[in-house]
Design a binder for this molecule. Structure first.
Ligand code: HEC
Length: 303
């Protein structure tokens, strides 16, 4: 056999084995994902959480739904909570937040089941919610959780079917690699740390900042969202580094959240939901900024 032929056969074998290996990896990974999404968790509904008709509780719940947890954002459950816009994420799939009003999911869930999905990412069926970022806001204490459920119960029923929810293979792989939390209950794994009363401190800001992580990264240094299509803007660096928020004041930060005006004079891309974050109160904005400023400065892009 000629040397060239031997080399070619060798290369062919390596490429072939590589493809088989990759195929096997993808298959095993997708199976593990599906099996995990089928798991029924032991965690019971939080029946101690009960909706009330108290006006102050409902107002607090509305604030949480809008400003803190972002339930009402257009790409999640929408302003009327009757379901969001279908969000096309290219090879990741298409996600639409369901209708939470009494005309939709709200009719099927008990108060305790609503509280359980917020805190542990577990659906009525006992299985994991898909992609709902409960890990971002499951730190709310019982009082705030009850307020949120009270607000959900107070909104008018809307008769609207749920939009499409389709996951691509890439989404399953990224989830299993820990790059994208889609299998929410597995991510949370029953572990929660609850916040105390709201206060204008970095310690409280740490909780609020969890909702920035899905886009800006768990290390807050920004970079492309794994698997996201190229036309989505890249989240920036929120640490006090030259490439991030170094030199920003509280006023600069508030202007960004309230008006979408960046310190460099440019307008913020609408992908970042400031229609929600802009509604944070002064205590929350101060706490959030104090926390970001307390982070170790990191160069852009490490996520
Ligand atoms: C849905 C994704 C998403 C979420 C959630 C999100 N951001 Fe952003 N953010 C972005 C993107 C994308 C950009 C860059 C936008 C652009 O280029 O105009 C950005 C830009 C910023 C900037 C501007 C930086 C600069 O140099 O001008 C700040 C500050 C910021 N985000 C803070 C936050 C904070 C604080 C939170 C959480 C409360 C948050 N973001 C949550 C996507 C997000």
């Amino acid at each position: 056999m000629g040397v060239l032929k031997k080399v070619l056969i060798g290369v062919g074998a390596v490429v072939g084995l590589g493809a088989l290996g990759l195929g096997g990896f993808v298959f095993v990974t997708a199976r593990a994902f599906d099996a995990s999404m089928d798991k029924v968790y032991d965690q019971k509904p939080l029946d101690q959480i009960k909706a009330s008709k108290d006006e102050a509780a409902i107002a607090r719940g509305k604030h949480i739904a809008e400003a803190v947890a972002g339930c009402t954002s257009k790409d999640c459950h929408g302003k009327d909570l009757a379901g969001g816009n279908p969000l096309s994420m290219g090879p990741l799939g298409t996600l639409t937040g369901p209708n939470l009003t009494g005309g939709g999911v709200g009719a099927a869930y008990t108060d305790g089941e609503l509280a359980r999905i917020v805190r542990f990412g577990i659906k009525k069926s006992g299985k994991s919610a898909v992609f709902m970022p409960a890990q971002d806001f499951n730190w709310m204490n019982d009082e705030d959780l009850a307020a949120l459920v009270s607000y959900l119960r107070s909104v008018p029923n809307v008769d609207k079917p749920n939009g499409p929810l389709k996951l691509g293979l890439l989404a399953k792989i990224l989830d299993r690699q820990g790059a994208l939390p889609i299998d929410v209950a597995r991510k949370i794994d029953g572990k929660v740390e609850l916040a105390g009363k709201p206060e204008a401190t970095a310690a409280y800001g740490k909780f609020l900042a969890k909702s920035c992580m899905g886009c800006h990264g768990e290390g807050f240094s920004g970079g492309k969202i794994p698997g996201a299509p190229g036309d989505l803007p890249v989240p920036l660096n929120l640490t006090p580094h030259e490439s991030g928020l170094k030199g920003w004041t509280q006023e600069d930060f508030n202007k960004l959240l309230e008006k979408g005006d960046r310190k460099n004079g440019k307008k913020l891309h609408e992908f970042m939901p400031i229609e929600n974050y802009g509604l944070m109160d002064a205590t929350e904005k101060t706490a959030l900024f104090a926390y970001l400023m307390s982070l170790p400065p990191k160069p852009f892009g490490g996520r």
